[in-house]
Design a binder for this molecule. Structure first.
Ligand code: AP5
Length: 190
């Protein structure tokens, strides 16, 4: 499950977890960035989640692979939903969040893109004062949304997994979670 920063992934996934509980579905959400941040700290880099994309790309690649291993080790019974990114804006350029090495480890059955209007994403980013987000110009956000779709299409070709696009419009996070819940049920059962 992916979406550009501030689109509302975590908000929708919190609603999804409530839905799963209500329906007694065994579903676990893992945040890729949190796992990467824990690994970076174990490796001696005491940085916050918004500073990881500024690290050199080889460090990020190594930690990305370790995080993918960690997630794949946690796979057991039930559905695992990974909160992550199709791409990350690093100082070296647009970098795949789900390159071949990660896709092989995760083996996704469904790829999800959460989207919203660029003005809304821009407003959500500005309202999150506790985060260090990139500049929130609407036209840059449009490009990020397009880039996400392009990377999702490539990931779908590689994995054979379908891409589901879900809107997270203002105040509609519960509806977005319901749509996601149904998409998961249709694809992986439960
Ligand atoms: P991550 O933690 O995923 O950063 P992020 O994208 O900034 O995620 P957030 O949780 O902050 O934003 P969100 O889209 O979930 O929005 P939220 O729900 O908070 O990743 C951190 C870092 O990890 C990355 O930068 C990267 O370095 C690394 N990383 C991750 N995956 C990686 C990978 N695969 N490979 C390499 N590196 C990786 O909502 C935002 C705001 O909007 C909130 O205020 C919320 O209340 C509001 N809101 C949400 N939905 C609605 C709605 N429907 N209506 C009104 N308000 C809403």
């Amino acid at each position: 499950m992916t979406g550009i920063p501030g689109v509302g992934k975590t908000t929708v996934l919190n609603e999804l977890q409530d839905l799963a509980k209500q329906n007694r579905v065994n579903l676990t959400v893992l945040n890729f960035g949190t796992i990467m941040n824990e690994i970076m700290r174990e490796l001696g880099k005491q940085i916050n989640r918004d500073e990881m994309r500024e690290q050199d790309i080889e460090t990020q690649r190594k930690v990305q692979d370790l995080a993918a291993n960690e997630i794949s080790n946690r796979a057991g019974q039930g559905t695992i939903v990974v909160d992550t990114h199709m791409f990350v804006k690093t100082s070296a350029g647009m970098w795949a969040g789900l390159p071949q090495s990660v896709l092989q480890r995760l083996g996704p059955r469904l790829l999800v893109l959460i989207e919203a209007d660029s003005e809304q994403i821009s407003g959500r980013r500005r309202s999150d004062m506790d985060r260090k987000r990139d500049a929130a110009v609407a036209e840059n956000i449009e490009l990020d949304l397009e880039w996400s779709r392009a990377v999702a299409a490539a990931s779908s070709v590689t994995t054979g997994a379908p891409v589901k696009i879900i809107r997270n419009d203002a105040g509609k996070q519960k509806q977005a979670a319901q749509e996601l819940f149904e998409a998961i049920r249709k694809t992986v059962g439960g």
